[in-house]
Design a protein around this ligand. Structure first.
Ligand SMILES: Nc1ncnc2c1ncn2[C@@H]1O[C@H](COP(=O)(O)OP(=O)(O)OP(=O)(O)O)[C@@H](O)[C@H]1O
Length: 342
């Protein structure tokens, strides 16, 4: 697949008179056309620093970034703005500007000294507004929009810039879950429909796993790049967030909290009811282990029953309930009175 941006042996960081600071080094990766790539990494690994470096806002410490073969250092600001549209994390503050005016501002690298919009410019602006699904908001003040709507307007501005590459630093940071999904769906649709390379950094691991065509996992000394599924096959996530008390669950392909367990309880059963019960038990520090039904103390799950949770004690059914909360309360009560599960 054709690549728009390539980074080679790149070291990112900050220069200062006292010697500066290297944030990440020896990074190599490429962005494919027509794909949404998500940049993931723990807090402070240097996602924003990398984004600023490959957008030309920050000089690299070493190595190079090329766009279609040309080094970005050799490009002037205007030429670079015709190649890369950048959306940084900060909320845009444009008092008294309408959505249309904000999006029109995206045309500035293409307009002349007076910034007059040609009919082509106007068509591109209208198309960007349309593609981002905010046509009904085109005359609204940006300051009156919800966070999700404002983010779509910002993406429309980047789209109007008409560049082969769009780079966004945490575009979903201020949004609720439905708006985060909507923005990522929009970015993916735009990548596929327009053939642009779109790179976004995010902390939304689960969404990135489901929606990105490709992931860049940033570590201090490397970017591990691949499709979500191939990275899962390579166990690339296992070590990534260990210090943050997050584990990667190979069974579900999702991240989960690494709980500390004090006790175990035998559970016989499976299915959705089991998954929910397991979650509730694990949160309380109780680890479910596989039970066979002759054990003295255990929970049984009867799938698709009105009362799917049963607590069995000394071969007798002690509690039957349809509520996870009731069965967990019962287990907690027994655990606190007897030390039977240790
Ligand atoms: N202007 C600066 N000068 C010096 N160091 C900086 C500067 N900006 C950021 N840093 C440092 O660079 C490192 C990487 O920061 P960066 O913001 O790129 O990480 P990040 O992965 O985007 O973090 P987060 O996930 O928390 O947003 C951090 O140690 C940070 O303190």
């Amino acid at each position: 697949m054709k690549q728009s941006i390539q980074i080679e042996n790149l070291s990112t960081g900050y220069r200062s008179s006292k010697g500066g600071k290297v944030v990440a080094f020896q990074l190599n990766a490429g962005l494919n056309n027509g794909e949404l790539t998500c940049l993931l990494g723990a807090n402070g690994t240097g996602k924003s620093t990398l984004i600023k470096t490959i957008s030309g806002f920050l000089k690299s410490i070493e190595g190079r970034v090329t766009i279609n073969g040309s080094a970005i250092e050799a490009m002037n600001e205007k030429d670079l703005a015709k190649q890369v549209a950048v959306v940084l994390t900060e909320k845009i503050n444009v008092p008294n500007a309408t959505v249309y005016e904000l999006v029109a501002y995206g045309r500035s690298p293409h307009t002349g000294f007076l910034g007059r919009l040609s009919s082509d410019d106007k068509q591109i602006i209208e198309q960007a507004i349309e593609q981002c699904g905010i046509a009904d908001k085109r005359n609204r003040l940006v300051s009156s929009l919800s966070d999700g709507e404002r983010q779509k307007a910002t993406i429309a501005k980047a789209l109007a810039q008409d560049t082969p590459i769009i780079i966004l630093d945490e575009p979903t940071a201020f949004l609720d879950l439905p708006a985060r999904v909507e923005v990522m769906q929009l970015l993916r649709k735009l990548a596929v429909q327009t053939g642009k390379s779109i790179l976004m950094s995010t902390h939304d691991l689960d969404l990135a796993l489901q929606m990105a065509d490709r992931l860049w996992l940033l570590q201090t000394e490397a970017i591990i790049s691949g499709t979500p599924e191939d990275l899962l096959l390579q166990n690339a996530f296992q070590s990534m967030f260990k210090k943050d008390k997050i584990e990667f669950d190979n069974k579900t392909g999702m991240f989960k909290v690494a709980h500390q367990y004090n006790v175990t309880v035998p559970v016989a059963g499976h299915g959705f009811e089991y998954v929910l019960l397991r979650r509730a038990l694990m949160r309380k520090g109780i680890k479910p282990v596989k039970a066979n039904e002759i054990e003295d103390f255990h929970i049984r799950i009867i799938n698709d029953s009105d009362q799917p949770f049963e607590f069995w004690c000394n071969q007798l059914k002690a509690v039957t309930t349809d509520k996870v909360e009731d069965i967990v309360t019962e287990i907690m009560r027994v655990v606190s009175h007897q030390n039977i599960y240790n």
